[in-house]
Every structure is written in structure tokens, then in C-alpha cells.
Design a protein. Structure first.
Length: 413
């Protein structure tokens, strides 16, 4: 037997075993298929693909025959238990297709990836059901609206620069809106699923991915109500704010990988140092948890997306004009001002301008760092205005250490 064909058959058997084991773990007495059946279905799939080279319609006939058998099995299951679920039956049909894909050169790799995804989805049934129950009707409608805008409107936008200075590309601008909102939405869903009650660590890390400003605001108010929660509130505030630096680095890594190595030092140093300092504060805290209600708005609503898009485009033009008439100093000034309102918009703008060689990498790195520092200063202002003096002083000292480390990293590295 050809060695490659043997490997493909073994892979198909492994795929059937993987899905079959997951299904048998959750099977009932009336389930029509267990691990052995799934292995045989995958083998049936790859053998059908092999024989279809001799008999062109063999794989189609095999799939139809399997569908009939699965249909009969489903009928018996419903008759016996009254369970109308189709998950195992659909998984069996997918196993046949994945087994068949193993035979083809183009589908050999993708079949393994898809089998892992299928098994993961099957195993995550309790998690997905719990998640579905937690999503409100409004959140679902907002999500559907944004998906339409992202996957229906986005492909229709022109992918070319328009207007003066060649900085505005409608397709890329809206793609960035989808990208940033997607990151925020992932954190938002994680927070809705886990909830702040899972601990300050989760609140700080995941809350920081969605809106570190919201976390700082909530912690400042909570500490003002109960001063004995000071250290716990400082911990969540500093960790959430530190996640901003890591998020900025991730955004640049995706949009402009060439710029990422230069930005890695200040962003990672500030992010990791902030988390470490927050952890040290938490260790000294007598209170480890805070029952706080952090208001995190759904980032997939249309209004925030449009605001971010408008801000992103405005910063693109502002940075370009500042660079033309004032040089790098103008860009730095624009970054400091923009960082007060939104770090993501200025980060994406600088990454784009550096990628198109409109700005040098050094200027872009410094501008992004200044924007994050500016935004950190705003969070300190929130802590000072909404929290207690002790809270603001503790947060300010830690923020000062983090910012100093970032500035030193930009200068020396």
C-alpha cells in the first residue's frame, strides 16, 4: 500500500475516533452511534472517495445510503426517547465528509482542523447553552445588525484611497472598525459569561480588554463607598489599565507586523510591569474580592462603531496634516490629544501611516506610546475625581512607575 494513502486512512480513523469518543461520552441507551460506529463512518468516507475514482458516483451513493441509515436511526431514537435533537446525526454525516476529505490532497490538512473544531463545538455544549441564555434580546439584535454591516456592507466598499493626501481607504477604515469592535466584543461576551463575581483578576484582565476606563470608573466609585476596599480596587484598576498596553501591541501586530518589534519593548514592559505591581498590591490586600457592577456597553451597537470610524478617519487626516506642516512634533501632539479620547483609533492610524511609509517607524512607536501615556493620565484623573485621595495616590504612584518604564524603553531600546 502507498505510504501516503496509509497515513490518510489512519488520519480518517483518528478523526472518527475523536468525534466518536466525544459523542459516546454523552450518549444514551438509544443513541444510534458510538465510537466504533464513528470510526467506521470515517473509514467509509475515505474508502468512498478512493472508489469514486473508479466509479464516479460512488461517493454520492455512499453518502445517500448513510443518510438513509442515519435517518432510520434518528426515527428509532425519537420513537424510543422522544428526543428530537439532531446533533449526533449531523456529526455522523460530517464525519463521513471529513473522512472523504482525507483522501484528497487539498482536503487532507483541512479535515484535521475541521474535526478538531467539530469536536470542540460538541464538547462545549453546556458552555454554549449557558452563553446563549445570558445574551439578551437587545444584545442579539445589536450583534446581528453589526454582522450585516461587517459582512454585507464591508465587501461593497471600495478598497482604494480617496480624497487628498491618499490616507483614506473606505474598505480599510471600516475593516478596522470591525477589527476593534471584534476584540471588544470578545471581552464583553467573556465578562457577561464569567461576570465580575468570578474575581478581581477576571474583572481586571477581561474588563481591560473591553474598556479599562469603565473598570477604573467602577473601582473609584466602589472604593469611595467603602475605603477598606482600597487595595483591591487599586489592583483591579492597575491590571485593567495594563491590559490596554498589551491590547495596543496586539493590534499593531495584526495590522503592521513590521512595526510590532519596535513597539514590543514599551508596550510589553508597561503591560507586564503594571500587572506585576497590581499583583503585589493584591497580595497585601486583606480584601480579595469586590462586589462591583461594572457598566460595559455592548461594543457591537452601531453608534460606538460609527463614532470610532469617524474618529479613526479624523485622526488619519490630522496626523497626516500635522506631519506635513509640523513634522514629528505635530504627530506627537496629535497623539497626546487623541489618546485622551481613544487609544485604539490613534494606534490603528499610526500603524497604517507607518505601513504606507507616510511616517517613520520611530515616529509611529513614539506617537503610540505617548497616546497610551495620555490615556493613562486620563484614568488617573478619573481615579482622582471619582475616588478617594488615597485611592488616587496609590493608583498615581503605580501609573507613574509604569509610564516611566515605558518612556525609558522608548529612549533606550
Amino acid at each position: 500500500m502507498d505510504t501516503l494513502l496509509f497515513i490518510k486512512i489512519v488520519t480518517a480513523l483518528a478523526i472518527g475516533a475523536l468525534i466518536g469518543i466525544e459523542r459516546e461520552r454523552k450518549s444514551t441507551k438509544t443513541e444510534f452511534a458510538g465510537v466504533r460506529t464513528f470510526i467506521l463512518i470515517a473509514l467509509w468516507g475515505i474508502l468512498s472517495a478512493y472508489l469514486s475514482e473508479l466509479f464516479p458516483y460512488f461517493i454520492l451513493a455512499s453518502f445517500m445510503a448513510l443518510s438513509v441509515l442515519i435517518g432510520l436511526g434518528y426515527w428509532l431514537t425519537v420513537k424510543d426517547s422522544g428526543d428530537l435533537g439532531l446533533t449526533t446525526e449531523v456529526a455522523a454525516l460530517l464525519t463521513f465528509i471529513l473522512g472523504a476529505l482525507c483522501y484528497y490532497e487539498e482536503g487532507y490538512t483541512i479535515s484535521v482542523v475541521l474535526s478538531i473544531l467539530v469536536t470542540t463545538l460538541l464538547a462545549l455544549k453546556p458552555v454554549l447553552h449557558k452563553l446563549a441564555q445570558k445574551i439578551s434580546e437587545k444584545e442579539m439584535i445589536d450583534t446581528l445588525k453589526f454582522l450585516i454591516i461587517a459582512f454585507v456592507i464591508l465587501p461593497l466598499l471600495p478598497n482604494e484611497t480617496l480624497g487628498p493626501w491618499d490616507v483614506f481607504n473606505p474598505y480599510q477604515a471600516w475593516l478596522m472598525v470591525v477589527f476593534i469592535s471584534g476584540i471588544s466584543y470578545a471581552g464583553y461576551i467573556a465578562m457577561r459569561f464569567m461576570g465580575p463575581q468570578r474575581g478581581l483578576g477576571i474583572t481586571g484582565i477581561i474588563g481591560g480588554l473591553v474598556s479599562s476606563t469603565a473598570v477604573v470608573t467602577a473601582m473609584a466609585a466602589r472604593v469611595k463607598e467603602s475605603p477598606y476596599l482600597l487595595r483591591a480596587g487599586v489592583f483591579a484598576t492597575v491590571v485593567a489599565s495594563s491590559m490596554m498596553f498589551l491590547r495596543v501591541f496586539f493590534e499593531v501586530l495584526i495590522i503592521n507586523p513590521d512595526l510590532a518589534p519596535s513597539l514590543a519593548a514599551p508596550m510589553i514592559i508597561m503591560g507586564v510591569l503594571g500587572i506585576l505591581l497590581g499583583w503585589l498590591v493584591w497580595r497585601r490586600s486583606a480584601v480579595k474580592e469586590i462586589d462591583s457592577k461594572i457598566k460595559l456597553d455592548n461594543p457591537f451597537t452601531l453608534k460606538p462603531a460609527l463614532i470610532f470610524g469617524a474618529l479613526f478617519i479624523a485622526i488619519l487626516f490630522l496626523s497626516k496634516i500635522a506631519n506635513i506642516y509640523l513634522g514629528s512634533r505635530g504627530v506627537y501632539l496629535a497623539s497626546i490629544i487623541s489618546g485622551v479620547a481613544d487609544v485604539d483609533a490613534i494606534t490603528i492610524s499610526m500603524a497604517f501611516l507607518a505601513r504606507s511609509s507616510t511616517l517613520s517607524s520611530d515616529t509611529a512607536v513614539t506617537a503610540i506610546t505617548l497616546a497610551t501615556i495620555s490615556n493613562t493620565a486620563v484614568k488617573f484623573g478619573i481615579a482622582l475625581l471619582l475616588g478617594t485621595r488615597h485611592f488616587a495616590r496609590n493608583v498615581g504612584i503605580l501609573f507613574a512607575a509604569i509610564v516611566t518604564a515605558g518612556i525609558v524603553a522608548v529612549i533606550l531600546i
